[in-house]
Design a protein around this ligand. Structure first.
Ligand code: UGA
Length: 434
């Protein structure tokens, strides 16, 4: 069986490489030829730990290849994973035009029976649209099946998530599709959950929105902690000890970002509202997240009073550690707010600087990108920590203090112990702690 993967973004590239690593013959394709040329040489366009090595190893084995000709890739594949983007539109709903485009492409090239697998996060019932489009546009009597196999990869640990999944969800409506997908994921047989397609589609949305809700919940608690003298880190430990709650995703901070949670929660709100379901609960979670930057700005204001021409070191630009991705990163909104008020920024991130430069170009002395956290701290009036990269958690704070004009740290991810930082002579504020 030959597997085709359409779309070589985060999801598609990891899926293609992961499926090849599981021993399958895989062809990846993308409409952007430059991307395919680069990937074919073993260069990943994104930073994802472990992906480069695995890509090269499987290209060398010959079981993984990439082809910019999408038509040929479809014709040569028995199973096609659709991994194209579904970006957010202004009203919060997902833009499905790339899925529609790929569906027509598949219809045009349906030269044999194929199983079309939705991997992109899509609104529930999308499969019926894909089916309708392929049926409308196909030129041969060949049959096909639709299936849903939502991905649960986290950026930064996507390769390991793919090779060691908690669960594989497969939504099918035919025995052939069920058998083919079960075979593809044979190695994870004990973790396979087979459902109907609508259920599989919804499991993905329900999971992401629940996790976002959990983060907003602990962030809300952190607001109460700040007003009452309680410690949110301890509250999270105490809650997490209850196995019904669990300790993961209870880390208070400046809010969730990335290409998934913000977009998915709004998409589910739109889906629910279109169906006449009251979505107040998820809307509130989204609003709590939205307010994080405002609350963080209040902390910076409390430290500086006036922002104009104050030097602010911003450490951590990616939406989370171990990625160069800045999509919906809290840093973006914060940087824009600070610049609006006339602050001078000294920015540092281990991997995301190039991406941020495209959005916020270097403009000395207002925007300066630095090569190290210590350089960013030079002459700074305050230091803001926005992403808990290991390198930033392990900073030599003495060196940081010596570099700064005023030793003030505002820690948006609770990376340090307040007592220890204050003992070094810093003024220190963090989230939900005294
Ligand atoms: C998320 C899900 O975790 C994956 O299961 C899913 O497959 C993926 O979305 C997707 O839909 O493609 P990801 O966005 O890569 O993965 O990153 P997460 O590790 O979930 O973090 C999301 C955001 O939440 C980050 O900004 C992170 O800093 C924040 N976060 C996470 C918190 O603020 N507190 C926490 O306790 C956990």
């Amino acid at each position: 069986m030959k597997i085709g993967v359409i779309g070589t973004g985060y999801v598609g590239l990891v899926t293609a490489v992961g499926l090849a690593e599981l021993g399958h013959t895989v062809i990846g394709t993308d409409k952007i030829k430059a991307k395919i040329d680069k990937i074919s040489l073993g260069i990943t366009p994104i930073y994802e730990p472990g992906l480069d090595d695995l890509l090269r190893a499987n290209l060398k084995k010959g079981t993984l290849s990439f082809d910019a000709d999408q038509h040929r890739t479809i014709r040569e594949s028995d199973v096609i994973f659709v991994c194209v983007g579904t970006p957010q539109q202004e009203d919060g709903s997902a833009d499905m035009s790339q899925i529609e485009e790929v569906s027509r492409l598949i219809a045009e090239n349906l030269n044999s029976y194929k199983v079309i697998v939705e991997k992109s996060t899509v609104p529930v019932k999308t499969s019926s649209w894909i089916k309708r489009i392929i049926t409308l546009y196909k030129k041969t009597p060949n049959d096909f099946d639709i299936a849903s196999n939502p991905e649960f990869l986290r950026e930064g640990s996507a390769v390991s998530d793919f090779l060691h999944p908690d669960r594989i969800v497969i939504g099918v409506e035919s025995q052939i599709a069920r058998d083919l997908l079960t075979k593809i994921y044979e190695e994870f047989g004990d973790r396979l959950l087979v459902t109907d397609i609508a259920t599989a589609e919804l499991i993905k949305h329900a999971s992401n929105s629940f996790l976002a809700l959990k983060i907003s919940y602990i962030n809300l608690m952190s607001n109460i902690c700040e007003k009452t003298g309680a410690d949110v880190e301890q509250v999270a430990v105490g809650m997490g000890l209850d196995p019904r709650i669990g300790k993961q995703f209870l880390k208070a901070g400046i809010g969730y970002g990335g290409s998934c949670f913000p977009k998915d929660i709004r998409a589910l709100v739109k889906i629910g509202e279109d169906l006449g379901v009251d979505m107040t609960l998820l809307k509130a979670a989204d609003r709590v997240n939205d307010d994080r930057i405002k609350l963080f700005m209040d902390k910076v204001r409390k430290a500086l009073w006036i922002f104009k021409e104050k030097k602010i070191a911003v450490l951590g630009l990616a939406f989370k550690p171990e990625t160069d991705d800045i999509r919906e990163a809290p840093s973006i909104r914060l940087i824009r707010e600070l610049l609006k008020e006339g602050a001078w920024l000294r920015l540092y991130d281990p991997k995301a600087v190039d991406n941020m430069k495209e959005l916020v170009p270097e403009q000395s002395p207002k925007v300066v990108y630095c090569n190290s956290p210590y350089q960013a701290a030079e002459e700074a009036n305050v230091l803001l920590l926005l992403t808990e990269w290991e390198e930033l958690v392990r900073l030599d704070l003495k060196k940081i203090k010596d570099a700064m004009a005023n030793p003030i740290i505002i820690d948006g991810r609770n990376c340090y112990k307040p007592d220890e930082v204050r003992a070094l002579g810093f003024e220190y504020d963090s989230i939900g702690r005294q």
